[in-house]
Design a protein around this ligand. Structure first.
Ligand code: HEM
Length: 192
């Protein structure tokens, strides 16, 4: 018998997000992966790009996590400002990209919370903060992994109309684009 339930299989919200953002993630991995985090300038650029990508969506991330996932989030923009300041750099001179109107907050939360998985893997290798004797609040934060776990649980349990899942996926792709834009804006001559 055909189901009248228009919601999609709960397992597939995460699958759909992973599929929709796979190419954008791969592209970002390879662009960020071209930076040598063991080198001070590349490490600073990496942090600055994350700052610029995160800033426009930090409030939406926090609001979704608080109201839907029932969890707080680390203040990543503040951590990044402090980490960059320890390197003698200020973020004051470079404007962050503007977030597109109407981003679905679940798409934002998927990308920002998911990015902690990549960071957890990157920090196993040498990076300047550690080897250069600087604190690295952003790279070493573990609290974001708890947000990811909560997000994964939400994605498992979510029963949403297909149109909303599409909106979440489109928003997630747009958030990846913000990080790409952040990387472009974070050219070394702009920092300082
Ligand atoms: C060099 C940079 C990066 C590397 C090497 C990297 C690598 C990874 C790795 C290893 C995972 C875990 C995959 C798994 O456990 O199945 C992951 C997951 C993820 N990363 Fe990245 N990442 C990078 C940058 C980013 C950035 C900048 C973002 C977003 C702003 C991001 C968003 C995500 C998301 C959303 C997931 C969750 C994928 C899923 O399971 O649905 N990553 N990444």
């Amino acid at each position: 018998m055909a189901s009248k339930d228009k919601s999609i299989n709960p397992e597939s919200v995460h699958d759909r997000l992973r599929a929709a953002t796979g190419a954008a993630h791969e592209q970002l991995d390879s662009r960020f992966g071209a930076l040598d985090l063991g080198e001070r300038d590349d490490y600073a650029r990496f942090l600055h790009a994350h700052y610029l990508g995160l800033l426009p969506v930090a409030d939406a991330f926090e609001a979704f996590a608080g109201s839907v996932l029932d969890t707080g989030v680390p203040d990543y923009p503040a951590m990044l400002r402090d980490d960059l300041s320890d390197l003698g750099l200020s973020v004051a001179g470079v404007g962050a990209p503007a977030a597109p109107e109407g981003l679905h907050p679940a798409g934002v939360a998927y990308v920002v919370a998911g990015s902690r998985l990549g960071l957890a893997s990157l920090r196993r290798d040498r990076f300047w903060g550690k080897s250069g004797g600087c604190a690295s609040r952003y790279m070493t934060d573990d609290a974001g992994l708890n947000v990811w776990r909560a997000m994964a649980g939400w994605m498992r349990g979510a029963r949403l109309p297909a149109s909303e899942v599409s909106a979440i996926c489109d928003s997630a792709v747009s958030v990846f684009a913000l990080f790409e834009d952040g990387l472009v804006r974070s050219l070394p001559e702009h920092a300082g």
